[in-house]
Design a protein around this ligand. Sequence first.
Ligand SMILES: Nc1nc2c(c(=O)[nH]1)N[C@H]1C(S)=C(S)[C@@H](COP(=O)(O)O)O[C@H]1N2
Ligand SMILES: [Mo]
Length: 425
Amino acid sequence: MTIDKLETAEESVAGNGLLSRRLLLGLGISGTAAALSPNLLAAEASRFNIPSWSKQPGPGPSAYGQPSPFVADIQRDPGRANPLYPGGGASRTPLHALRGTLTPNGLHFERHHAGVPAIDPAEHKLIINGLVDRALAFSYDDLLRYPMVSRIQFLECSGNSGALFGATPPQGTAQSINGLVSCAEWTGIPLSVLLNEAGIDPTARWLSCVGADAASMGRSIPLDKALDDVLVALFQNGEPLRPEQGFPLRLFVPGWEGNVSVKWLTQLKLAREPSQFRDETSKYTDTLADRKSLQFSFPMGVKSIITSPSGKMQLQPGLYQIEGLAWSGAGRIAKVEVSADGGASWAPAHIDAQSGDKSLARFRVPWRYSGAPAQLISRATDSEGKLQPTRDALLAEVGSLAFYHFNAQQCWAVDNKGEVSNAYV
Ligand SMILES: Nc1nc2c(c(=O)[nH]1)N[C@H]1C(S)=C(S)[C@@H](COP(=O)(O)O)O[C@H]1N2
Ligand SMILES: [Mo]
């Protein structure tokens, strides 16, 4: 099928080149792949060229696999170390370079307040005390004997995309602006099992959770959430947690800001009140316009980002897949819409397999870039019917002193030279 014939199969569904998602679903439209990669070679041209790697055996099996050296540039972005804050900082997931919905363990984002402790699991204990019938101490081996459950769920730092609160649009990539979100299969013991084993005093309302890192990171979570769906996670995508993610064990609090998923977990203390830890008073509170602070804004709002095309990419006129990720702390993603004209009109995106509640969903929609300027925006709706707000609506609600929990619609502007940059609309 020639490209000309394909044009007739392209069904416009919204302004500035957005096409029906049917184009990407393989519904008998041959030639779509060729239109997406205009440099596709005819098979004859390369048929007799036997590459060197086909002529002799390669190295044999290895003890622990590594990514191909040809994709060695797909890396976390750890930013610059701050000597005043040893071990502190974050590294971001290269969202623009990945596909699917799971983040490989080596590329899961990191956020550490005092670096990664080198914990010997044989020396580590998880203690449950406070308002319990009997205080308990679990070794790593004790915990490994418990029945475990597995769930595919996202983790997002509440500081993710925080630069978008700034007065001028920050320039960067999907990784540098939005890369504090990842998704993994977390396997561990339901926290309720361990708390019930200690025996919960009926007056207990809160759970104080402390990590064994030098930051002694502590957070308080309401007991009803702790008993609902929180895990003491020991495995991540099938292997023991990486040290960066909290080896030997961490709390995993589905749908809530990443900070409460305390890594290197060592103590759980039941109490009547929250502990007022440093990380829930001086930090991780939302400052409102009147300079009062909202403490304990736990759930992450409904959000989506376009990962391609995204910041710093360079486009040529032609057919593209706009694709990205959507998630919500409230549950599933019900719908994602994409605009190419700054929000004037919207096309429904196709949502690829979504692993379940509070997992990342991948969406895509075909788009013909004519070479004229475009403003690409996505907006998600979750299973509770919540629509991702515009930036203006979010700012009107939380004020301009806010820093955490940015979940507004984000715009990538494509100019008439095909350069993609971040823009406010
Ligand atoms: N003990 C401890 N737990 C911690 C942190 C920390 O510095 N120390 N950082 C928190 C923050 S701010 C986030 S966003 C998540 C990040 O988890 P990750 O590094 O596995 O992505 O861990 C949380 N748990
Ligand atoms: Mo965080």
